[in-house]
Each structure stands twice: as structure tokens, then as C-alpha cells.
Design a protein around this ligand. Structure first.
Ligand code: IPD
Ligand code: CA
Ligand code: CA
Length: 265
């Protein structure tokens, strides 16, 4: 297996290159709709191109999954490859924020083998925050070790959520949100799944759950949270699997259990 450190270095180089591209485009992009309420800009495409090039310079024969170049239907067939790394990239997570000039977005790069994340980097170029996780070697923000929150009860927890773009008021997602709203200290919907995972890893958020997310939104974040000592499960509290990419991420197992009891209803 390639040296883990080398993989992590390429992850970081690629995420930083993607982030720089996003900043470069931030005063001149145009927006179009890929689908209903699903935006894309030249920045998404340019960032994915430079991330892909940066990875290919070092690992030309590895698999690549990028939000802007891989059809959703193709992801599952590649995810569990074990012959070489699968690079999973969201070049711009938070496109709606970006399009509205809200400076809360990031470039996310993860290296996965046999379904396990080996290294993950999320770079927030406006804040100049680089979140790096390496399997078995911890998680860092700009070089300083990260630690997830120790909050164990929902009534003391700041919780973020990602919902799909279109929800029904009497649908499952809204009902679950209402239950958590009643019981949590407060709720946030930030517009960036990748940064929500980083914020759980750093203890800024106590918990985060997501429906409607894809593997590229959260692959790096999953390793960041677990390497920071947090817990990642599926929404029922069972083992998380990237092929079902709707995580429940918490600082503590107790908070995970309390939230999973609500979300599995
Ligand atoms: C989206 C954001 C959003 C989440 C969506 C994602 P994009 O990613 O992470 O917070 O709710 O599910 O698709 O489109 O900005 O890359
Ligand atoms: Ca995304
Ligand atoms: Ca994206």
C-alpha cells in the first residue's frame, strides 16, 4: 500500500488547490441550475479539474469520483474498490452559499480503499482553515489536534442538519427536524455538509445529521469526526457505510444514542 503520509499530503495539496480556485472565481462566476434547487458555477468545475489534476500527477491510475464528473449511479460500483485508492471529491461544498456570496463553503477530498477512508481533508479557503485527518493518526485543524465535544445530552447540544433541497411539510425529514427542534439547545442549517462534519470534529457543533447527502459531501468528514474522537453512525445508530451516505455524527456515543432514538422513529 502507498505510504499513508504521501496520500494525506496529496489530499491536502489537492484540497488547497481546489480552495484557491474557488477564491479565484469568487468575483466573476455565473450560476446555473443542474436540477431543481441544485446550483453549479464555473468555480465548481474549475476546482474539480485542478483537484483531479493534482491527484493524477502523483496517483495517475487511482479511481476518481467527483461530484461534477461522476454520475451518482456509478459511485456505488467504485466505492469499495480495494486494488487502488478511490479519491472522492466535492470541489465546492456549499455552492448555494457561494452563489449568494455567503463565505461558508469548502473543498473536500478523501482517499478511500475498500470502503474505508484513509485520509480526508476539508479546506475552507475564506477562513483559511484546513482540516486534515489521517486514519489512525488523528485529526488536525491548521496543524493543531482536534477534539470533538463532550456534550452528552440533547438539551445542551448545538445540532446541525442537512435536509434534501425539496421537503414536504408532513414528510419524514420535517417531522424528525421538529422532534429534534423541541429537544435540542439549538439547531443550525449551514449549507455545507463538509463543514458541518468539520465542526463536529472541532467541537463547535455537538451533533449533525444529514439526509440527501452523497458520499462526496461527507467522506473526508467521516474520518475527521472519528479521528477527533467523535462517533459516526447511520441515522438509526448502526454502523455507518459510505454507500448509504446519511451520517449521524456526534461528539459522544451518548448523544448519538439519544439522537438516533429520535431519527429512527
Ligand atoms: C450540498 C451541501 C448542503 C447539503 C446538500 C449538499 P453542494 O452540497 O452540503 O449543505 O444539504 O445535501 O448537496 O451542492 O453545495 O456541493
Ligand atoms: Ca456537496
Ligand atoms: Ca459540490
Amino acid at each position: 500500500m502507498e505510504d499513508l503520509q504521501k496520500i494525506a499530503q496529496v489530499c491536502e495539496r489537492a484540497a488547497r488547490a481546489g480552495g484557491a480556485e474557488l477564491l479565484d472565481w469568487s468575483q466573476r462566476f455565473t450560476v446555473r441550475e443542474k436540477g431543481p434547487a441544485d446550483l453549479v458555477t464555473e468555480a465548481d468545475l474549475a476546482a474539480e479539474k485542478i483537484v483531479r489534476q493534482t491527484i493524477a500527477e502523483v496517483f495517475p491510475s487511482d479511481y476518481f469520483i467527483g461530484e461534477e464528473s461522476t454520475a451518482s449511479g456509478e459511485v456505488e460500483g467504485i466505492l469499495n474498490e480495494s486494488k487502488s485508492c478511490v479519491w472522492i471529491v466535492d470541489p465546492l461544498d456549499g455552492t448555494t452559499n457561494y452563489a449568494h456570496r455567503i463565505p461558508h463553503y469548502a473543498c473536500s477530498v478523501a482517499a478511500v480503499r475498500a470502503g474505508q477512508v484513509l485520509a480526508g481533508v476539508v479546506y475552507h479557503p475564506v477562513a483559511e482553515e484546513c482540516y486534515v485527518a489521517v486514519s489512525g493518526r488523528g485529526a488536525r485543524l491548521n496543524g493543531s489536534p482536534l477534539g470533538a465535544s463532550s456534550v452528552s445530552k440533547l438539551d445542551s447540544a448545538l445540532v446541525a442538519v442537512s435536509l434534501p433541497p425539496q421537503v414536504q411539510r408532513d414528510g419524514d425529514d420535517v417531522q424528525k427536524l421538529l422532534h429534534v427542534l423541541e429537544q435540542a439547545q439549538a439547531i443550525r442549517r449551514t449549507g455545507s455538509a463538509a463543514l458541518n462534519m468539520c465542526y463536529v470534529a472541532s467541537g463547535r457543533l455537538d451533533a449533525y445529521w444529514a439526509t440527501g447527502t452523497s458520499a462526496w459531501d461527507i467522506a473526508a468528514g467521516v474520518l475527521l469526526v472519528t479521528e477527533a474522537g467523535g462517533t459516526v453512525s447511520d441515522l438509526s445508530g448502526d454502523a455507518f457505510d459510505l454507500s448509504r451516505p446519511h451520517p449521524l455524527a456526534t461528539g459522544t456515543p451518548a448523544l448519538n444514542a439519544e439522537l438516533a432514538a429520535i431519527l429512527r422513529r
